[in-house]
Design a protein around this ligand. Structure first.
Ligand code: FMN
Length: 181
């Protein structure tokens, strides 16, 4: 399954590169498969030095800053012990990894990594779900864009999602206990 997070790798000048990445992971998180584009710094760094750190965080500001490559102020970093790399402090969990296999035949490389050290700073805050009618309202707004721009395949994909959301909201409503008083 894909687990969205943050990857740190070492630049050639030994400074730390920080990027948002969603590797494929096993449930126990013993391995990662990163799929960075060959144009990315993460790929170039891992090709040169096959070690890094993957982080799981609920810090949405950190993810937003990473996504835009605007990390100001830069996050606090802590060196790892087993690999040459740095941990972003204040995340929930971190996984130091070593590259086992790097396949870069395609524009998007496939990099299999083994976790060699891990740690935890704090619990994940948890999910904060919007009320069902708000989600449905937003789907209706999006449907205007889909109507205007979609081909057959996009229309089918949107209908699939709309039905899924509708069913989930209905099921959750049925499971929720009736209000007292
Ligand atoms: C949540 C999230 C997940 C991402 N996952 C990937 C990914 O798996 N592979 C990838 O190449 N880019 C991914 N990106 C885009 C990279 O973060 C982006 O291309 C970034 O500029 C790469 O940084 P780098 O050049 O410093 O490595 C993701 C972005 C976000 C916001």
């Amino acid at each position: 399954m894909i687990l969205e997070g943050i990857v740190t790798t070492l630049n050639a000048d030994q400074s730390t590169n920080i990027a948002a990445m969603g590797p494929d992971v096993d449930r126990e998180i013993t391995r990662l498969c990163l799929r960075p584009y060959r144009s990315s710094t993460t790929y170039q760094n891992l090709k040169r030095h096959g070690e890094g750190v993957f982080h799981v965080t609920d810090d949405v500001e950190l993810v937003a800053h990473c996504a835009l490559g605007l990390l100001e102020p830069p996050p606090r970093l802590v060196p790892t012990r087993v690999v040459r790399g740095n941990i972003v402090a204040d995340v929930c969990r971190w996984y130091a990894f070593r590259v086992l296999r790097l396949d870069d035949d395609q524009a998007r490389a496939s990099i299999d990594c083994q976790i060699v050290e891990q740690g935890r700073f704090r619990d994940f805050f948890g999910f904060n779900l919007l009320p069902g009618d708000e989600i449905q309202g937003q789907m209706e707004q999006l449907s205007i864009l889909v109507e205007k721009t979609a081909g057959d395949q996009e229309r089918r994909a949107f209908e699939f999602l709309r039905h899924y959301v509708q069913n989930e909201i209905q099921t959750m409503g049925e499971l929720r206990p009736a209000r007292q008083g």
